[in-house]
Write a protein that binds this ligand. Structure first.
Ligand SMILES: *Cc1c(COP(=O)(O)O)cnc(C)c1O
Length: 450
């Protein structure tokens, strides 16, 4: 066992150390080689060492260097070394973190990580939290609590009786709501299309003046951090209006919620703490391994009423927090360990620095594009940059050429009818030098593509 695990660790370390020198995108030949794995199910057992070697030989070079310093796709960064190390140790512990009495160490770490998150975001100490797989499930969990609470006010028990015959809820979203939030509404029986869609402005912010009439049966889904522009809905204003009507305000802040940790970003985050629930990711801006996200709900009893289960064989009685009282999952890995390790190591100042540094890098990209005569489509207020290199076909060609050249990796999007390249700076590993290197490559490639 020792030889196998040490070999895995040294292969993993070699992989990470090699990222800087390799192309960010995998070579087509490396991807083609994956087909060799298409073998019949082995009839007989074989040596574990052989399996590990096969995995490394066939797959490491076919990975996209998402863990590296010059990956700017989606809104994700590489794992902090300490978060990866904690993940390895917690993997060895193999704790099914559902109940405090059974897995005290990992359940307790989660409880502490939750408290630290509430302190970091300056949210009420009594909020409930669920450590889930990502923002999709964080939105799902928080919206499930909202559904519970709103229907309960009308005397309806949605967990017991479902939505058949329930008083109708009004669900409001911005036209730029993330598709994962819309999907969560569908999973909850609230309907992907049964929403009132509020128009958004040039940055993708919900127009508060266009909100319809609200009531105590209304759920308003806001967003902090548009996946393309990074823009925030006017959440303070929406909360004020919604709370006058007793409506519930949810914030999808998969990455944008992290701005709440940054004093210098107070102008953007002011009033967000007045919402009723929030969803965020750890595997985006906190740079911990996938899959890791957090749902926060002000009305702790609502989340618990939605998620807790009991059965005679389950050790639910505890004066400590049982993680599974708050999550859709029962059995699950101890994902709070990595969150704790990242927060323990970074501290408040490290989190602030990570967010501010990546936002500065985004500013530098925008400046570099503008200086070269290209159009930046968004107000770069966070870590997202949208740039066009001309018409849709040209921009598409530039994106493809940047991806295959391999100095860095960026994805594409269509923003309000215009094809654009997205640059998301989300990794702890990105340095000033990486930004200059990537920018130089992007500009050189854009120039030759035009
Ligand atoms: C990434 C993202 C999601 C989905 O998060 P997952 O972690 O992929 O489930 C939802 N909303 C927003 C705003 C996002 O950026």
């Amino acid at each position: 066992m020792r030889a196998l695990l040490e070999d895995a660790a040294s292969r993993a370390i070699a992989y990470l150390e090699g990222l800087d020198a390799r192309n960010v995108a995998p070579a087509p030949e490396a991807i083609a080689k994956l087909a060799c794995l298409d073998q019949p199910l082995p009839a007989e057992s074989s040596a574990p060492q052989r399996t590990l070697t096969l995995l490394d030989d066939m797959c490491s070079s076919a990975t996209l260097a998402m863990a590296g310093a010059r990956f700017f796709g989606f809104v994700i960064g590489g794992s902090l070394p300490v978060a990866l190390a904690a993940n390895w140790l917690a993997g060895a512990w193999d704790q099914n973190t559902a109940y405090y009495n059974v897995t005290p160490a990992t359940a307790y770490l989660e409880q502490i990580a939750l408290r630290w998150m509430l302190e970091l975001f300056q949210l009420p100490h009594a909020c409930a939290g669920a450590f889930v797989t990502g923002a999709t499930m964080a939105n799902f969990s928080a919206l499930a609590a909202a559904r519970h609470a709103l229907l309960k006010r009308s005397g309806w028990n949605v967990e017991a009786d479902g939505l058949f015959g329930a008083p109708p809820m009004t669900v409001i979203v911005g036209s730029e709501a993330h598709p994962a939030l819309i999907k969560a509404l569908g999973l909850l029986g609230l309907g992907r299309k049964r929403t009132i869609v509020v128009p958004t402005d040039s940055q993708g912010r919900m127009r508060a003046d266009a909100l319809p009439a609200l009531s105590g049966l209304t759920l308003v889904c806001t967003q902090a951090g548009n996946v393309n522009t990074g823009a925030f809905d006017p959440i303070a204003e929406i909360c004020e209006r919604a709370h006058d009507a007793d409506a519930w305000v949810h914030v999808d802040g998969a990455f944008g919620l992290w701005a709440m940790a940054v004093p210098a970003m107070e102008h953007a985050t002011a009033g967000m703490a007045a919402a009723d629930s929030w969803a965020t990711d750890f595997h985006k801006w906190l740079n911990v391994p996938y899959n890791s996200g957090l749902a926060l709900v002000r009305d702790a009893t609502a989340l618990r009423a939605t998620m807790a289960v009991t059965a005679d064989y389950l050790p639910t009685a505890s004066s400590f927090r049982n993680p599974s009282d708050f999550t859709p999952e029962l059995s699950r890995r101890a994902r709070g360990v990595e969150v704790w390790a990242a927060l323990q190591t970074l501290g408040r100042s490290g989190v602030v620095d990570l967010v501010e540094r990546t936002c500065c890098h985004a500013q530098r990209f925008a400046e570099g594009f503008r200086a070269a005569g290209y159009t930046v489509l968004n107000d770069v207020a966070l870590n997202q940059v949208l740039v066009t290199f001309g018409d849709a076909a040209t921009t598409g060609r530039v994106i493809a050429a940047i991806q295959s050249e391999g100095s860095c990796w960026c994805g594409g999007t269509v923003w309000q009818g215009q094809t654009a390249m997205r640059i998301s700076v989300s990794s702890w590993a990105t340095t000033d030098d990486d930004v200059e290197r990537a920018l130089a490559a992007m500009l050189r490639i854009a120039h030759t593509c035009r």
